[in-house]
Design a protein around this ligand. Structure first.
Ligand code: CTP
Length: 410
């Protein structure tokens, strides 16, 4: 740990969420971080440099300061600012600024300093959701991610236009957590979280399970884990305490989520017992293997030649069906991956597994499901409810499903 406070240079750009930038300064300061603000010209229409100066207790690289002091004694302020900071955070980050950062433009103080800066960068995009969905924006964001920039949010909610959508800046608390993580500082633990799921305990399982045949071989399936990870991410963004029990997948742990890695169905069952006993919601998005080899060979099996090989399999316990005993308080949700007769199979599973909800999807369609970024599902409820969710990104769908399961107020 450095002896001095870690230093955050906070770029604030010109969107209505800039007013939350002022609040973000406070939250960063409360966590013991030193903050200097760099509002763009457009941001100054939303939040005044004086407000930022008072809240940060430090200089503000606003237009007036830059015009007055920039380079007057030969000092180059972008160099000074970039060398001062341990981390650069841009919140809110408009579509324009994301593009400027991705392109490496240096057309104002913030972008020039960003180009100079060599430490970790966290950005919190905010814009109308039609803009957020544009390939032009997606491409810039992907470029920034590839370069190691941490992108927090956006989240779904009320937009400045009065509509609801996917483009609202992440809550300042989530941004502070991302900043602390990037600086290697502990995240807030005892602080009360905010959001519609604040205080709720959510457990999500995701990915496949691998059932060992011998030390190097296994039975598995093609589940990518993306739907479960999206659910965990969206639950955490909404303030829930989330445990994600993940089978073998190559996905990054979503921000603010406790992750438990498992391999087999038996390990997943043990992890569930541990994590789910006081859960409010358990979502079984994992594709748990129905069968496992009756025996796992101690040594790598050799080819014996001749007639092939017969593997004897035994059934794994059904984790969803056993959940009522493991997580008695929880809303229990299962997924049904079907290739035919979706509704009948899903209803059968709902009953047989004693779940409150079954999310059914047609895995025979190549454009949705397992490895795809999108999903389209029909949800069947224990009281006869049927809710259809048209094709959308797994993150978006995850948000909608959570609203349904947790009775979240919209
Ligand atoms: N599931 C489980 N434990 C298992 C198998 C499945 O908890 N041993 C859960 C999955 O996580 C999912 C739901 O049950 O939420 C449905 O899984 P699916 O494979 O679609 O259904 P199965 O019950 O395996 O039925 P079938 O394969 O015969 O369609």
């Amino acid at each position: 740990m450095p002896e001095r406070a870690a230093r955050v240079l906070l770029g604030i750009t010109g969107g209505i969420a800039a007013y939350k930038g002022a609040y973000l300064v406070r939250r960063l300061r409360e966590r013991g971080l030193a903050v200097r603000c760099a509002p763009t010209l457009a941001a100054e229409s939303f939040v005044s440099p004086l407000t930022l100066e008072v809240l940060s207790g430090d200089r503000v690289y606003g237009q007036e300061y830059l015009a007055r002091d920039g380079g007057s004694d030969g000092a180059e302020l972008h160099v000074e600012a970039a060398q001062w900071a341990d981390l650069l955070c841009v919140a809110p980050a408009t579509a324009n600024t994301l593009a400027r950062l991705a392109l490496g433009l240096a057309d104002d103080f913030l972008s020039t300093t960003a180009l100079m800066f060599e430490g970790p960068v966290v950005v919190a995009p905010a814009m109308h959701d039609a803009m957020w969905r544009k390939p032009a924006v997606e491409g810039r964001v992907a470029t920034l991610r590839d370069r190691g920039v941490e992108v927090v949010g956006p989240v779904e909610g009320a937009l400045a236009s009065g509509e609801r959508g996917w483009g609202r800046m992440a809550e300042p608390e989530a941004i502070v957590d991302a900043v602390c993580r990037a600086l290697g500082l502990p995240e807030a633990e005892d602080e009360a979280s905010v959001g519609p799921l604040a205080g709720r305990k959510v457990v999500v399982t995701a990915g496949p399970t691998y059932e060992a045949i011998d030390p190097v071989r296994f039975l598995g399936n093609r589940s990518s884990g993306r739907m479960g990870f999206a659910l965990a991410r969206q639950a955490a963004i909404r303030g829930a305490l989330v445990t994600l029990i993940a089978g073998p997948v190559k996905l990054e742990t979503p921000a603010g989520v406790r992750r438990v890695d498992v391999v087999s169905a038996a390990e997943m069952e043990a992890a569930l017992r541990e994590a789910a006993h006081d859960a409010d919601l358990v979502v079984m998005a994992a594709a748990v293997a129905d069968y496992r080899p009756r025996e796992c060979a101690e040594q790598k099996m050799k080819k014996s030649g001749g007639d092939g090989l017969v593997l004897e399999l035994e059934e794994n316990p059904d984790l969803l069906a056993g959940l009522a005993a493991v997580a008695p308080r929880a809303q229990r949700v299962g997924f049904a991956a079907e290739t035919e007769d979706l509704e009948r199979s899903a209803r059968k599973k709902l009953k047989a597994k004693g779940a409150h909800w079954i999310v059914a999807n047609d895995v025979s369609r190549p454009d949705i499901g397992f490895e795809s970024a999108d999903n389209e599902v029909v949800v069947f409820g224990g009281n006869g409810e049927v809710e259809r969710f048209p094709k959308q990104s797994k993150d978006e769908l995850a948000g909608r499903l959570l609203e349904l399961f947790a009775g979240e107020a919209t």
